[in-house]
Design a protein around this ligand. Structure first.
Ligand SMILES: [Mg+2]
Length: 277
């Protein structure tokens, strides 16, 4: 973060988008461009199932992905089938469920079940029963709570409820974390969501693995939530790690290269990059 002081108080001077485009263009090639999806490429909407990536951003990703000296990766909390519904780029690396599952370019996913399925391939009966037990509790929650079944985790989304009753929404997130632990699942906090995971994914570790496998010399990453912090910090050391701000998460993590004001600014960055890359 470019930082200066006014009357002794540190203030962050935001860089214009064009300056970030210049900075990404200057990174050594081969370059890995890795991106979170929700709240980064796809604006946050009340219903997580209604999230979409704007067509001009998809086009920009297509152009970037077609470039020989660039590798594209999507690193998301979604599972493989949900990611595919939002954006289908089989030529890109896809790290899903917060990096717990990595899909190589050209591979179709075989390790994750559709999010609506109640029995996922690759799960033991015992793992499946823990996820089912948590989901059964979550399904009893009031209207305004959306339960997202994923292959190796279950998400409890409270965004709609939070707009009517923020206190109740927060209480449900805290309860969800407790119930997750009681079923030997790992709770993960996100923006208006608690996810109960079989094993804690790590987006930073996933990004490091993709960087190694793709033989990239440098990397760019952008993300908007706590789960992105390790990837942002890894990218900042290997190129550029940007935080995408929101009213819910206004402050970039320690070690970020900088921050963008929101999804629109990242869309502008990607469009400009696609014209120059
Ligand atoms: Mg996100």
């Amino acid at each position: 973060m470019s930082e200066t002081t006014v009357n002794g108080t540190p203030v962050n001077l935001p860089k214009p988008v064009s300056a970030w485009v210049d900075a990404v263009m200057a990174l050594p090639r081969p370059l890995l461009i890795a991106l979170d999806v929700d709240g980064t490429l796809a604006p946050i909407v009340p219903d997580p199932y209604a999230a979409t990536i704007p067509p001009d951003v998809r086009d920009a990703l297509g152009v970037i992905n077609a470039k020989d000296s660039v590798t594209l990766a999507l690193i998301t909390g979604r599972d493989a089938s949900a990611l595919q519904r939002i954006i289908d780029i089989p030529e890109a690396y896809r790290a899903v469920e917060h990096g717990a599952v990595l899909i190589e370019p050209g591979d179709t996913d075989s390790s994750s079940s559709p999010s609506s399925s109640s029995s996922g391939p690759g799960l033991t009966e015992e793992q499946q029963s823990r996820l089912d037990a948590f989901a059964a509790w979550a399904e009893t929650l009031p209207d305004g709570v959306r339960v997202e079944r994923k292959a190796r985790s279950v998400g409890v989304h409270v965004r709609v409820l939070a707009s009517d009753d923020p206190g109740e929404a927060q209480a449900i997130l805290e309860q969800a974390a407790q119930i997750a632990r009681s079923h030997n699942l790992t709770p993960r906090d996100g923006r208006s969501v608690c996810e109960a995971e079989l094993e804690p994914g790590d987006k930073g570790a996933a990004l490091a693995t993709i960087m190694q496998r793709s033989a990239a010399m440098s990397c760019f990453y952008a993300g908007d939530d706590v789960t992105d912090y390790p990837a942002i910090q890894f990218a900042a050391k290997s190129g550029i790690g940007l935080f995408v701000r929101s009213a819910e998460r206004p402050h970039p993590p320690e070690g970020a290269s900088g921050a963008l004001p929101g999804t629109d600014a990242l869309a502008e960055l990607l469009k400009k990059l696609s014209e120059r890359i």
